[in-house]
Design a protein around this ligand. Structure first.
Ligand code: EPU
Length: 407
């Protein structure tokens, strides 16, 4: 099967076009709801957007006529990544007004680390009427130790620092592959970013950035999702172009569960090898086990031999799928950030409700192996992060159909 471009790489990369008046061309942009939301926001700010100039998945963005610096509530509330416009707008235009995102289904998700970092760079920030107002005559480089290696804060600060005066050092930075990708893009624009992928990132500010072109990497979370799908159904799936190195901690767990994973130069082949066995899982910042694959892995554990303890260390409320899986016959007990999953012989199909992107995917995966029909409602969550999911699964032999677009 063929993967789409990475959602979590594409969103910050597309937003980084705000840093320059030059034209930024992107390839392999996934057709996802979160990407459309990002484009809507950029368009509202005055960015010129040309689509499909070079064929499917291509975009050209030019931020040479940015007419406003406000990201409104209606767009930030539907997608928290909208908050990433704060750093670029502030760095380039000296001011930004961005709605605070508020909580979401997986946790409270504050933005204090983003704001503390920008303040260290000289921004004056005040919060009023649900908005963050940020001003800075000119941002200046600073040493910024992050309280937690937040992906979004690292991205926001890295983007802001490219146009700040002097050197910025982000300590305890997030190390996710998406950070490395964004740093690569900033450097293509003429930025001077070093150390991305490690926990200290050094950025030397430059006066101006220029346009460039970039093709998004393949989605590693989509890769992991299809790997779980193969493991669950006992199938053998070749995921073309997949890059196992970015999923090492996850693959270790799959192998411990008894799944065959073969890494080759052309992709990764995953073969379900009969009934799997339980293994304990704890989500952690990269290179640890990704929180974005926790829900999917919970389904595999739900039908494995033995008992697995799953600990969610990134988001405080990312177990909403557990109750729905229990309605399908799983035996999952929750205690704070721990789920104890006792494997059962089989799941039974049921009407279930999605609460967030990865949770909805876990319900679809559960439906693939459950006896009878599973009907997942609120599938719009899926469209935020999986491109043509029903088409891709049907192409692999699943009996799946989109009945309606509910909300
Ligand atoms: N946090 C704070 N303060 C902050 C920022 C974060 O306390 O200022 C906390 C959050 O509340 C959370 C933890 O730190 O508990 C991790 O948050 P992080 O900032 O790292 O996550 P994010 O940038 O909001 C991105 C992905 C998520 C992914 C996480 C963790 C994008 C657009 N989103 O979110 O992706 O789960 O990193 O890897 O890149 C998904 O794709 O389903 C998804 C939720």
């Amino acid at each position: 099967m063929t993967l789409g471009g990475s959602k979590n790489a594409a969103l910050p990369v597309i937003i980084s076009s705000l840093l320059t008046a030059g034209k930024c061309s992107y390839g392999r942009v996934p057709a996802l709801r979160d990407v459309s939301t990002t484009l809507r926001l950029l368009s509202r700010l005055g960015v010129t957007i040309e689509k499909d100039t070079m064929g499917g998945g291509c975009l050209e963005l030019t931020a040479d006529r940015v007419s406003q610096v406000e990201a409104p509530y209606d767009l930030v509330k539907t997608m928290r990544a909208s908050f990433l416009v704060l750093g670029p707008l502030l760095a380039r235009f000296g001011e930004a007004r961005v709605s605070t995102p508020g909580g979401c289904a997986i946790g409270s998700r504050p933005v204090n680390i983003h704001l503390q970092g920008l303040e260290r760079m000289g921004a004056r920030i005040c919060q009023d009427h649900g908005y963050i107002d940020a001003r800075a005559g000119e941002l200046r480089g600073a040493i910024i130790p992050l309280d937690f290696p937040s992906v979004g804060a690292t991205e926001n600060l890295m983007m802001a620092a490219t146009l700040a005066r002097g050197e910025t050092i982000i300590q305890n930075a997030a190390r996710e592959p998406e950070i490395v990708e964004l740093a690569g893009v900033l450097n293509k624009m003429g930025g001077k970013v070093n150390g991305a992928g490690g926990d200290v990132i050094q950025i030397e500010g430059v006066g101006e950035l220029h346009g460039m072109s970039h093709e998004m990497s393949l989605d590693r979370i989509e890769t992991g999702t299809f790997m779980v799908g193969a493991a669950l159904t006992g199938g053998s799936v070749m995921i073309e172009g997949a890059w196992a190195e970015d999923l090492e901690a996850f693959i270790v767990k799959l192998r411990q569960a008894g799944v065959r994973v073969e890494e080759g130069s052309d992709g990764v082949r995953v073969t379900g090898n009969g009934r799997t066995c339980s293994t304990d899982i704890a989500t952690l910042p990269y290179p640890g086990f990704p929180t974005d694959l926790q829900a999917q892995m919970m389904v595999l554990m739900a039908v494995s031999d033995g008992t697995s303890v799953i600990t969610e260390n990134i988001f405080e409320n990312r177990f909403m799928h557990a109750q729905e899986l229990n309605r399908m016959g799983a035996r999952i007990a929750l205690d704070g950030n721990r789920a104890t999953v006792q494997g059962v012989a089989e799941l039974s199909g049921a009407p279930v409700m999605a609460t967030d992107l990865r949770a909805s995917m876990s319900l679809v995966l559960a439906g693939l192996v459950a006896r009878g029909v599973t009907e997942v409602s609120r599938v719009y969550h899926l469209d935020r992060g999986y491109e043509n999911i029903e088409g891709k699964l049907a192409g692999l032999g699943a009996d799946i159909r989109r009945v309606s677009c509910d909300d």
